[in-house]
Design a protein around this ligand. Structure first.
Ligand code: 7TS
Length: 413
């Protein structure tokens, strides 16, 4: 891989300063935050954008004739424009604001799939999905008599593409795949999967929760039909997210929820729904969260997604090498193409014990099944420890992790 330019490295190194939460001691040690896959820290600019809205501009959106409501609406809809441009959607009608990846996927399950599915129809997913990309399909299958089919993975945590191909059939109504696996870090060959599915006229949803924070995503170049992601994993606030959908599909889908803002006219004889994207946005939205997401996108653009990807790839390689050098280490998830995440087990130390000992040395990692129990089943483990890197991490964080693991081994030996 080519080396990044000096100035790119410098700007990435500067990033850490922008995140106030990283500058604290935990149990007397500097914080090494290695759990951004669960939720990333927020830069000052996001915190300020949310605070500014709350201090000066708070009012409901799309309703008021007064200045504050105009300001709130402008900031909120301005964020939608930033999101559109960030993922290169064709127009703002394709950008539905939701509470997060989970709601985005449930929306597609209930609004796109439920009216369409017949008994025996299939939704094709993979064995490496987060529960948010499993359970919504199981629910809609229970409602319709359709079935969820999971394409297998191999010991490196890669999708078996031939098996995936063979599972595509005339019964498949939708393919739903993680862009990047949260438990394994595998970057799926989504272009290939999309082209194979679409050759059979099967639409594809990508769960981009772990994709968007780490690499440049262009939904038009990908050609996916739906793309779901969350603000809080890309340095924005919690409770906010996005569903991108191709306009033609969204146009034909019924509303997901009923309420204010998603209608044009209501009477007891019937209701006319609002146009896209508002048809899918019932009720008062998470205004401050969306404004924060807009600021997070500004931040990511100022750093540059290619710089982010390059920095994180180098850091992940370093982490995998350093962890791999520890005796008794079992790395889980060793795919050829990976982003951000490394799962592991050390000796026979329970991951929760390891996580607790690491916390006492200032190192924050996630432990458990990572809401991906089928992945844990595949590897025959109840859970793992998982470290994940983001743009603000550096080699010092990894060294602190490795030292803390060695200390845990001493405690348990
Ligand atoms: N899909 C993937 C691939 C995820 O990693 C997550 C959250 C979700 C969906 C759900 O996102 P939400 O924002 O709607 O909750 N993943 C994790 C994780 O790995 N640890 O905590 C949450």
């Amino acid at each position: 891989m080519s080396q990044p330019q000096e100035n790119q490295l410098a700007s990435i190194a500067d990033c850490r300063r922008d995140f106030p939460a990283l500058h604290q001691q935990v149990h007397g040690h500097p914080l090494a935050f290695l759990d951004s896959a669960a939720s990333a820290q927020q830069p000052e600019s996001v915190i300020e954008a949310v605070a500014r809205y709350q201090q000066r501009d708070h009012a409901n959106v799309h309703r008021g004739v007064y200045t504050l409501s105009h300001r709130a609406t402008e900031a909120y809809e301005g964020a939608r424009d930033k999101i559109r441009s960030f993922i290169n959607a064709a127009n703002r009608r394709e950008v539905i604001l939701t509470s997060g990846t989970t709601e985005s996927i449930n929306l597609v399950a209930q609004s796109y799939c439920r009216p369409l599915l017949q008994p025996g129809d299939e939704i094709l997913i993979t064995h490496m999905e987060h529960h948010a990309n499993i359970v919504p399909w199981q629910l809609v299958c229970e409602q319709t008599g359709a079935v969820v089919v999971a394409a297998p993975i191999n010991d490196a945590g890669e999708l078996d593409i031939d098996a995936f191909d063979q599972l595509l059939s005339e019964r498949t109504r939708l393919v739903a795949v993680a862009h990047v696996s949260n438990a394994l870090g595998t970057v799926n060959p989504v272009e290939e999967l999309i082209s194979r599915a679409q050759a059979r006229d099967i639409p594809v949803l990508l769960d981009g929760a772990q994709g968007v924070p780490h690499m440049s995503v262009d939904v038009r170049a990908l050609g996916c039909d739906f793309y779901a992601f969350s603000a809080h994993k890309m340095f924005g606030p919690t409770g906010t997210g996005v569903l991108f959908g191709k306009e033609a599909l969204l146009e034909d889908m019924p509303p997901y929820q009923g309420g204010g803002d998603m209608i044009l006219e209501v009477s007891f004889d019937g209701t006319t729904y609002n146009e896209l994207p508002y048809k899918f946005e019932a009720g008062t939205p998470n205004i401050s969260g969306v404004i924060g997401l807009g600021a997070a996108i500004d931040y990511l653009l100022s750093v540059g997604m290619d710089n982010v990807a390059q920095h994180e790839t180098q850091l992940l390689d370093y982490m995998m090498q350093q962890l791999g050098d520890i005796d008794g280490m079992r790395l889980i998830g060793t795919a050829g193409s990976k982003a951000s995440v490394q799962s592991f087990l050390v000796d026979d130390i329970h991951p929760h014990d390891l996580g607790t000992i690491l916390d006492h040395q200032g190192v924050a990692i996630r432990t458990g099944h990572h809401c991906a129990m089928p992945v844990m089943d595949y590897f025959g483990v109840p859970g793992t420890a998982r470290a994940s890197v983001a743009l603000y991490n550096n080699r010092g964080d990894i060294d602190q992790l490795v030292d803390a693991i060695r200390k845990a081994q001493q405690i348990f030996s």
